[in-house]
Design a protein around this ligand. Structure first.
Ligand code: SF4
Length: 203
């Protein structure tokens, strides 16, 4: 397989399993010719989506014990393949104790039309959800979800639901939004009872 599925970022192993996404964010690295920031050295465009077996084999090519975390991330929204993520994690959790995180846009329940958060229990250790806006109008203008105005509230609802099944849930924003908006997002995270993180925008 010439395409990049597993790739290192710091001391974590990232997994690029799809390029599909339900958003079309203005800042997305998918739309920059060479990607951006830490991703600029790699081509994360997939010729086709790797199968569950191919993802597991690509992980097992590495010395897994040297990583502190596995992270589903990449050019795209990993949770469009939630069924496959569950299968991959079931397999890995039988063999390894490495913590597993998903970086997501938080729209999985809209994608699946039901609450999938309970399925993460015991398999996913951390979910990091991009919020990126203080309200649904701003969210839709930056992220352009295919679900329209329903997306923002669904993202918050997903964060609240994940809290019951996943040890660490984080809402994150990118640092290019105004400081007062960051503060409002921080309060939103506090009200839901999840962690909050400001991510550096990769230029
Ligand atoms: S949610 Fe992530 S992958 Fe999807 S368009 Fe936005 S930045 Fe890109």
């Amino acid at each position: 397989m010439s395409m990049t599925v597993a790739y290192e970022v710091g001391n974590a192993l990232y997994l690029n399993i799809t390029n599909r996404c339900t958003n079309n964010c203005s800042f997305c690295v998918r739309y920059k010719p060479q990607g951006a920031g830490v991703l600029s050295e790699m081509n994360l465009w997939l010729e086709r989506e790797p199968s569950v077996d191919e993802v597991i084999k690509d992980i097992q090519k590495r010395a897994i014990s040297k990583y502190k975390e596995l992270v589903f991330c990449g050019y795209g929204e990993p949770m469009v393949r939630t069924d496959d993520i569950i299968e991959i994690c079931r397999n890995l959790k039988e063999k390894y104790s490495i913590p597993i995180r998903i970086n997501t846009n938080g729209q999985a329940n809209l994608i699946y039309g039901r609450d999938i958060a309970p399925r993460l229990e015991g398999l996913i250790d951390s979910v990091s959800i991009s919020l990126n806006a203080k309200n649904k109008e701003n969210y839709q203008s930056v992220c352009q979800s295919i679900f329209g105005d329903a997306a923002f509230d669904a993202v918050l609802d997903f964060a609240a639901r994940c809290k019951k099944y996943v040890p660490k849930v984080t809402l994150s924003v990118v640092d290019f939004i105004p400081g007062e908006d960051i503060q409002i997002c921080r309060e939103i995270a506090q009200n839901i009872g999840v962690e909050f993180r400001v991510r550096q925008f990769a230029k």
